[in-house]
Ligand binder design. Structure first.
Ligand SMILES: Nc1ncnc2c1ncn2[C@@H]1O[C@H](COP(=O)(O)OP(=O)(O)OP(=O)(O)O)[C@@H](O)[C@H]1O
Ligand SMILES: [Mg+2]
Length: 313
């Protein structure tokens, strides 16, 4: 509907000697949107990002960033995108400012401009007061923030963020979400790869759920969650979810599918009123210490489970 496309991906295939990491991936990302790539380990998220960053060749298919072909015009693409890879790219022996200046140099920014932008970005990620500290003394969260500042040095219209919050504690993760929301508010187009369903849900305008090199669903988070259908989710919180408990609750769940963690089990039903008391009963019978039992809204993880029969992890 007349929305401008920032990134287009058509039938992308990537084969690494024998492994098909991408098996024909297609989608468009509109200008100004946050587009989430949600998928478990090995789904192909990083492979796709590297191709869009112009640093990895696809086996076949085509991708364009702001109208530039990522293979034929990879230099132009590299100049236009900001890429925040999964691993930190800062040099440990340099301080934060020196790192910024180094990367600014790679983009050919004049020195005064480089200085101004470096300061501005270090301030944005709250590292200006430690700008002179060697990066090796930084915490994991500080390195992540520096990684983001480095990705922004060329003032990119399109930002590729590969798992920007993996390994961060909840507070640092919320900080990162705040930065990403700020960058969206500035009108940037953001591709966000993550395996945290909460992160994809909260930040993305649309989410592509990936699994084993394919996009298996693509829509707004709301529409994806609605697709879980008429099923309600009952969440049983316990002190410890034993195998016996999982088995008992699985017997009450639609198709026997459940989602569970150390201290919870989620089960699915068309008739929550009838199943809720049964779930409580089964939980007590399994000898589990109940913390709470509630009917909850479907999450993107429930969507993934419905589509693949597996959990996201
Ligand atoms: N350089 C490589 N050589 C061979 N196989 C690779 C290479 N890089 C990735 N793969 C394989 O390609 C598939 C997709 O990997 P990729 O790193 O793109 O997934 P991902 O979704 O980013 O996973 P993660 O969540 O672990 O970062 C995996 O099966 C992986 O083992
Ligand atoms: Mg990855």
């Amino acid at each position: 509907m007349g929305r401008e496309v920032a990134v287009s991906v058509r039938e992308l295939v990537k084969e690494y000697d024998g492994t098909l990491a991408l098996r024909g991936v297609s989608f468009d990302i509109y200008k100004g949107e946050v587009f989430g790539l949600l998928g478990p380990n090995g789904a192909g998220k990083t492979t796709l990002m590297n191709i869009l960053a112009g640093i990895l060749l696809p086996t076949s298919g085509k991708a364009e960033v702001l109208g530039h072909d990522v293979v034929r015009e990879s230099r132009a693409v590299r100049a236009l995108v900001g890429f925040c890879p999964q691993e930190t790219v800062a040099y440990e022996e340099l301080n934060a400012m020196e790192n910024m200046m180094f990367y600014a140099g790679l983009y050919g920014l004049p020195r005064s401009e480089a200085k101004r932008r470096s300061k501005e970005l270090l301030e944005f990620v709250r590292l200006l007061d430690v700008a002179k500290k060697p990066v090796r003394e930084f915490s994991g969260g500080m390195k992540r923030r520096l990684n983001l500042a480095i990705a922004l040095i060329n003032d990119p219209e399109v930002l590729l963020l590969d798992e920007p919050t993996t390994g961060l504690d909840p507070r640092a993760r919320r900080d990162a979400w705040h930065y990403i929301e700020g960058l969206k508010a500035e009108g940037r187009t953001i591709l966000l790869a993550t395996h945290y369903m909460e992160e994809a849900d909260r930040l993305s305008d649309r989410v592509a759920i990936m699994d084993l090199g394919r996009v298996i669903a693509l829509d707004t988070p709301e529409a994806l969650k609605k697709s879980v259908g008429e099923l309600s989710v009952i969440e049983v919180h316990v002190e410890e979810a034993s195998e016996a408990l999982k088995e008992a609750l699985s017997a009450l769940s639609e198709n026997g599918k459940i989602l569970s963690g150390e201290d919870y089990v989620r089960l699915y039903t068309r008739d929550p009123e009838a199943v809720l008391p049964k779930a409580v009963e089964a939980t007590l019978r399994a000898g589990a210490k109940v913390i709470s039992v509630s009917v909850s809204e479907p999450t993107l993880e429930d969507v993934f489970l419905k589509l693949t029969g597996r959990r996201l992890e």
